[in-house]
Design a protein. Structure first.
Length: 327
């Protein structure tokens, strides 16, 4: 998915020795563009919490009737220094990338595309999708791996029984379940489905910070009501959190990981380490795809793409201000 929004004001967060109170992060509506702009709810980055572990981006969308919204129609666009994570509840999306990977994303199966030094991809909801509902997330790559070759991973997690519900751990290790997808930092990503009125004391890794997204239903997190589509954020230091589902149950996404200590510069669909590096990513993408005339050193990094696909998306103009780093 392409990030079409300017970053909010800079705020840095760090772990504390004592567990801090939960923070509730509300989402903002962001159109993805096009004639019938599909609107998503963006929670991360937030002006109060920029990242949750390595998770640096969270869009939540639907349930939307494709006949009304046009569905997901995101033509070829670039990424660097991150991994995209797609998790669907209903509908299906076709993924195609310049590393030669083609996959259909379906509910209950995670698809992770690692951009590494550079990749382009497209995402289109399938013709037979009536209701589209899911989440798109990004993981920032650490310095040690951010220049690796692109790759694509797919995994269907099994149900893990919890008190009053089930968990599906699609990334990392939690609750005795483990995803085979390798990531170079300790992280977790899971879907939680709680039955009506279920109370579950969720065990946490005290070294992790966490975000709990309410997808459907109602839930209290440590006694506080979580608003629809909001995220409950907790800093490192907690060993558990109590979730209490409402009368219709609740479906949640849980993300977490050790704090990401490296400074990053995130603009449009690029993650780098400096203003100059992001500028160079943009120039290379624009030049390789023929939008602008810039010199190119070395082989292409945004790769070939099958013919007959929709025209790629040009990069927007850079802001007049210098891009700043954050974590």
């Amino acid at each position: 998915m392409t990030n079409q929004e300017k970053n909010p004001d800079e705020v840095e967060c760090s772990a504390t020795d004592d567990p801090a109170p939960l923070q509730v992060l509300t989402a903002r509506d962001v159109p993805l563009g096009g004639l019938r702009a599909m609107t998503v709810r963006r929670t991360i980055p937030h002006r109060d919490v920029r990242m949750i572990g390595a998770w640096c981006f969270l869009d939540h969308y639907g349930p939307d009737r494709v006949a009304d919204t046009g569905g997901m129609q995101v033509a070829r666009h670039p990424h660097t220094g991150l991994s995209t994570v797609t998790w669907l509840f209903t509908g299906a999306v076709d993924h195609l990338d310049s590393a030669g990977n083609a996959a259909r994303v379906v509910p209950g199966e995670v698809n992770l595309m690692t951009a590494g030094r550079g990749v382009t991809h497209s995402e289109f909801s399938t013709d037979d999708t009536d209701i589209l509902h899911g989440a798109q997330l990004w993981l920032a790559a650490p310095e040690a791996t951010r220049h690796d070759a692109p790759r694509f991973d797919h995994f269907r997690p099994e149900d893990t029984a919890i008190d009053g519900g089930v968990a599906r751990v699609f990334l990392g290790e939690w609750l005795g379940a483990a995803s085979p997808i390798d990531y170079p930092m300790p992280i977790v990503g899971a879907e939680i489905v709680l039955e009506a009125g279920a109370r579950w004391a969720a065990p946490l890794n005290h070294e992790f910070e966490y975000g709990v997204l309410l997808d459907t239903g109602a839930v209290q997190v440590d006694g506080a009501d979580l608003p629809a589509h909001g995220v409950a954020y907790s800093a490192p230091g907690r060993t558990s959190t109590t979730l209490l589902a409402g009368p219709e149950g609740a479906r949640l996404l849980v993300i977490g990981g050790v704090p990401f200590e490296e400074k990053i510069v995130m603009w449009w669909n690029f993650i780098g380490r400096s203003h100059e590096e992001v500028v160079s990513f943009r120039q290379r993408y624009q030049a390789e795809l023929g939008f602008e005339d810039h010199p190119i050193d070395g082989p292409e990094i945004f790769g070939p793409f099958p013919t007959g696909t929709p025209d790629p998306i040009p990069a927007p103009k850079l802001p007049n201000a210098r891009l700043v780093s954050r974590n």
